[in-house]
Design a protein around this ligand. Structure first.
Ligand SMILES: [Zn+2]
Length: 448
């Protein structure tokens, strides 16, 4: 009796365990499949990352098939190590598969395709074949480079100057504009018809005969470039020695150093640090501020020079700073210095939107105005600022007053223009003929 009772108990327990295992192993949750959608395939192909996981019993099999006009191509078929009794503990946490879609190897043509991912798990469901999950993701195959048609004819650009070029591209782009050597100047739409414009610069310190071309990258990453007739007119910039006056080092430098939180026990060393390190930090900050200018042209006609002002320093002067007959520092002067009466009103050179209006190291009280299409004007050494970031301004609007804040030896306005992050000669932007013929006629602004 006891023996058979024991036997029955054990049998009962075994049946219970079997039922429990069956219920457990018959879980009905299919594997999860994750991948980006849609998949863009350009000439260089696409690397697709597929994550498959199955918390219930582990994934058992993963198959990846590319379906396209010419048929189906298997890209991956893999089975996990596991078994029907316990499933696969190794694959419950999931795995990532890298699948390469190589258009040359697969002989793909332009058009739409689909990537079909199927995963099964180790569940006992469906007569032990497991739960199945499918994911079908659209694949856009585009093996054609964008076609650039440059509209502008022969283009002259002065060393340290700017120019505009218009072009059309037959398709949507991820990135397009002009490259001058390795510096990229973004292009913007001119009209609904697909015409685009890039205002670009030939930097004051670049290599001679730089490579200038319109470049484009389409939505799947195919790139192309187009050259057109452009000529760089070289020029030399003056070398200007500046003797640092003792009163400047004794008064201005310690004052500015204190303002910047720097030590000025040695005023020459403090000047050197401000003129190099602080200067580069300030330029980095400006580069950051002007990253995303307005995609439309906000300016209107020629830029205006500060009223009744006298030029005291020009663009791209190579300055050497001397003390006690020795060169202690150097810098390139990226703008024009304009002197008027002390505390004269500083006005906007053209219509635009205030990007920045605050204290900025060597520039002291500084205002940056975004004129659109990557063109920005800078006003430095202001004693007072009357605008704030975000304000829209018209040409002639008062921004504040001139002063000698920052690294300035006397009351004046430091005025500069940047094109796509490159400082250019403001003289061009003040010239109505240049503005009309070189820029506005190109963009297609009707003559006033
Ligand atoms: Zn200056």
């Amino acid at each position: 009796m006891t023996t058979s009772f024991r036997f029955l108990v054990i049998l009962g327990l075994l049946i219970l365990c079997g039922v429990a295992l069956s219920i457990f192993r018959c879980e009905g949750t299919p594997p999860s499949i994750e991948l980006a959608s849609p998949i863009l395939v350009g000439k260089t192909g696409a690397d697709v990352s597929i994550q498959v996981s199955d918390e219930g019993s582990g994934w058992r099999e993963v198959r990846v098939i590319l379906e396209h006009a010419d048929g189906e191509m298997p890209l991956l078929a893999i089975e996990s190590t596991g078994g029907l009794i316990f499933g696969s503990q190794a694959t419950t946490a999931g795995n990532t598969f890298a699948v390469k879609i190589d258009p040359a190897a697969l002989k793909l043509r332009d058009g739409d395709a689909f990537l079909n991912v199927t995963a099964r798990d180790w569940s006992w469901r469906n007569f032990f074949s497991g739960n199945e999950q499918q994911s079908r993701v659209p694949v856009l195959v585009d093996l054609t480079s964008p076609r650039i048609v440059v509209e502008s004819g022969l283009t002259y650009v002065k060393r340290g100057g700017a120019a505009a070029v218009t072009y059309t591209i037959g398709e949507l782009t991820r990135r397009d504009g002009v490259e001058v050597e390795d510096h990229f100047y973004r292009g913007y739409p001119v009209d609904e018809g697909g015409r685009r414009v890039a205002v670009f610069a030939v930097p004051e310190n670049g290599t001679s005969d730089p490579s200038i071309r319109v470049v484009a990258e389409d939505l799947v990453g195919n790139t192309t470039d187009a050259r057109w007739a452009s000529r760089v007119q070289e020029r030399d910039f003056p070398k200007v020695p500046i003797r640092l006056p003792a009163r400047f080092l004794e008064r201005k430098v310690p004052e500015l150093a204190a303002h910047l939180g720097m030590n000025a026990d040695d005023p020459v060393a403090a000047f050197q640090a401000i003129n190099s390190e602080t200067r580069s930090q300030n330029e980095a900050r400006i580069a950051e501020l002007i990253q995303n200018t307005e995609p439309t042209k906000l300016w209107n006609g020629v830029f205006h020079q500060l009223r009744n002002s006298k030029v005291t320093s020009r663009f791209a002067e190579r300055r050497s700073y001397l003390f006690d007959g020795k060169k202690v520092s150097q810098a390139t002067h990226y703008g024009y210095d304009l002197a008027s009466t002390a505390g004269a009103p500083v006005t906007a050179a053209n219509d635009g939107k205030v990007l920045f209006a605050d204290d900025l190291g060597i520039y002291g009280g500084c205002v940056l105005i975004d004129h659109g299409l990557g063109v920005v004007s800078l006003y430095g050494h202001l004693a007072r600022i009357d605008v704030k970031a975000g304000d829209s301004v018209l040409r002639g609007a008062e921004l504040g007053t001139t002063g000698e804040t920052g690294l300035a030896g006397g009351d004046h306005l430091h005025f500069a223009i940047l094109v796509g992050g490159t400082y250019v000669d403001p003289l061009e932007w003040w010239d109505p003929k240049w503005m009309r013929e070189r820029i506005e006629a190109r963009i297609g602004v009707p003559a006033p």
